[in-house]
Design a protein around this ligand. Structure first.
Ligand SMILES: [Zn+2]
Length: 459
């Protein structure tokens, strides 16, 4: 399968090293749902893939929401009476409540205290907090730091701006043979957080880079979105409402760098082809992988799967958002993610896309009793230890290729991997035992080959 081959050319070690390095470059940037940080991040992604950056003005109505004012920050601190910075934005961008309005004042600890956030259960970690839609200011600090603050006056400064500007997002499109699209979406709005944010966007960038080398060979068109969470997806959908007629499958990528087992959250439909493809791939990758039902909470699958769109978009993760203690804290840092885990996640995405790209229906050209495989040299393996599985896969493909069952149907039913079923189908086709069945789902690819495209009205 083409994408897996492309990944193998790079190799796990090199892929992991590149993914981790890119995450490390992006890590220090203070991102938010708008502003210079997200723009800088998009420009850095642009150095790897052909990304188009869009700006949507503050105040623009997007469904029931409004694009917020743009937030930027230069510096922030809390100084004690001696002038020492006891909380310093320059040391960690998590120290400031993201989207804090500007302030410069001196106040006693009692007055400052309601604006300070910490995590008593993890006294050395800094929490990540935001206040996008309520004008507020605040600081986040470790609990041990908080309890050590003596009474007295403190100088508080947040040198930020919240003003009319724009919301930025990036889009990268590759045209395949069909205008039917696969959507890959990730959020790019968190500051220095590695697993929740950088892992998804680095894997998405690497995936786009692999696809870029194959575009003319791709069955589907691909659209990658690098957007601020929630408001970014809502803004994109509001500006691309016709997308629902083009997007056939999609994945939200997030939390893909830690060593936890894979988790796939199904689309709202629950039985979309992406749900089956992801579940199949994960079941063959690891016994510990889990498939979760859809719920209307989580990442941007919430918007793609809102009832008006109801797209076949699921969410691929390792650790599930909100379920790991490091989530939204300073402990979700570059030590929490690993090159190998990032590379395995990229490979899992590649395998899911390979299923979608190659899930076809075939017809057995000799359906009356089994064809004599031995005479054709097909009743033995081409090598390796999996003789039984290889031959078995051929028998499964021959038996179920009746024009109705797709290769994924056969892989699920046989419990053999899609890759093995696909190889068997290729071999049987080369030996004149199978023919490809073109259907309505083959879209423009079929039209391009001069075959009449079936539409619903044909039936
Ligand atoms: Zn988050």
């Amino acid at each position: 399968m083409k994408l897996s081959k492309q990944f193998d050319r790079v190799g796990m070690a090199a892929a992991g090293r590149d993914l981790y390095q890119f995450a490390a470059e992006l890590y220090p940037i203070c991102r938010s749902i708008t502003g210079h940080g997200i723009r800088q991040t998009l420009r850095m992604i642009q150095q790897h893939i052909p990304l188009k950056i869009f700006e949507v003005a503050s105040g623009t109505s997007v469904f029931d929401w409004t694009v917020p004012k743009e937030w930027n920050i230069k510096d922030a601190y809390i100084k004690d009476r001696s002038g020492r910075r006891v909380v310093d934005f320059q040391k960690s961008n998590l120290h400031v409540l993201n989207y804090s309005v500007p302030i410069h004042a001196t106040m006693p600890l009692g007055e400052l205290r309601p604006h300070l956030f910490s995590i008593p259960e993890h006294p050395d970690w800094i929490p990540y907090r935001t206040s996008y839609y309520k004008e507020e200011w605040g600081f986040c600090l470790s609990h041990s730091q908080l309890v050590a603050l003596p009474d007295g006056d403190y100088e508080v400064s947040i040198d930020s701006t919240l003003a009319d500007g724009s919301l930025s997002y990036g889009e990268c499109f590759f045209a395949g043979q069909s205008s039917d699209e696969i959507l890959i979406s990730c959020h790019v709005c968190h500051p220095s957080l590695a697993n929740d944010n950088l892992s998804g966007l680095t894997v998405a960038t690497a995936l786009a880079k692999l696809l870029a080398e194959l575009t003319s060979d791709l069955r589907y068109s691909y659209r990658f979105l690098f957007i601020p969470g929630t408001i970014g997806a809502i803004t994109w959908l509001a500006r691309n409402q016709d997308a629902r007629t083009r997007i056939r499958h999609g994945l939200v990528l997030t939390c893909l760098g830690d060593p936890a087992p894979f988790h796939y959250k199904k689309s709202r439909r629950g039985d979309a082809e992406i749900d089956r493809a992801a579940a199949h791939v994960l079941s063959h990758l690891s016994e510990r992988a889990e498939v979760l039902d859809f719920s209307p909470y989580g990442y941007d699958e919430r918007q793609y799967c809102s009832p008006g769109f109801n797209l076949g978009v699921g969410c691929l993760m390792r650790s599930v958002w909100g379920s790991f203690p490091e989530y939204h804290t300073s402990a979700d840092n570059m030590s929490f993610i690993e090159p190998k885990c990032l590379a395995e996640s990229l490979r899992a995405c590649v395998m899911v896309l390979d299923v979608l790209e190659n899930d076809r229906r075939y017809r057995n050209l000799l359906p009356f009793c089994e064809p004599q495989l031995g005479r054709r040299g097909l009743y033995r393996s081409t090598g390796g230890d999996s003789i039984a599985d290889e031959v078995n896969a051929r028998l499964w493909v021959l038996n179920f290729s009746d024009g109705e069952n797709s290769l994924l149907d056969i892989a699920e039913r046989s419990r053999l991997s899609f890759a093995m079923i696909f190889e068997a189908a290729q071999l049987l086709r080369e030996n004149g035992l199978l023919e490809l069945v073109l259907g309505a789902n083959d879209g423009e690819e079929v039209a391009a080959k001069g075959v009449h495209r079936s539409t619903a009205s044909d039936f």
